[in-house]
Design a binder for this molecule. Structure first.
Ligand SMILES: [Zn+2]
Length: 189
């Protein structure tokens, strides 16, 4: 299935990241970070990892966890509610994951030595930091005023409104919303 990015999501990778679990018409659900292979493809498509990054399930789970926290912050911002404390902690934790230093270790065989983090861990930490920073920029910049939740059920995506009356993330959602309104009118008559 082709997924057209929501309005504004090409400008803000964090917005596309927040939208990477899609509720589809018919009660279906598509998670682009649902398993390591698709998560690798998502990161590569956003220039956040090489094609063959070799993510593990733990990495995909970290990405999904940050996504939920960013969604919580977007929801609070859109609804004019206080930012959830746990989401702030999670985003700040991701923001400070880079750069990763080689730590000092000791074991009986090698004695003292520096241990570089696993390359995959570095890739994921970098991606988490970039996405968290981008989310923080989006939420605090002037574009935050244009943040909205798509108003075409069951869509769960966020978007940047291009004009005041736009309430949906894509033409597909707009068409579905108009069709639903027309159907409701016909039933009402
Ligand atoms: Zn939508």
């Amino acid at each position: 299935m082709e997924v057209v990015p929501a309005a504004g999501a090409e400008q803000y990778p964090a917005l596309d990241f927040a939208n990477s679990a899609l509720a589809l018409p018919g009660g279906q659900y598509l998670d682009l970070l649902g398993e390591p292979g698709s998560a690798s493809r998502w990161l590569a498509a956003h220039d956040l990892a090489p094609e063959d990054a070799g993510l593990r399930e733990m990495c995909a789970a970290q990405l999904r966890a940050l996504r939920e926290q960013i969604r919580a912050l977007l929801a609070a911002r859109v609804d004019g509610m206080p930012a959830p404390a746990g989401a702030l902690v999670a985003v700040n934790d991701a923001l400070t994951r880079t750069p990763t230093a080689a730590l000092l270790r000791w074991d009986p065989v090698r004695g003292l030595h520096r241990e570089a983090t696993h390359p995959v861990t570095r890739i994921v930490d970098h991606a988490l930091a970039v996405l968290a920073a981008n989310a923080a920029d989006l939420l605090t910049g002037e574009d935050a005023e244009r943040l909205a939740a798509c108003g075409s059920p069951p869509c769960n995506r966020y978007l940047l409104r291009t004009h005041a009356r736009r309430h949906w993330c894509s033409t597909r959602c707009g068409d579905r919303a108009r069709a639903a309104r027309a159907y409701a009118r016909r039933k009402g008559e």
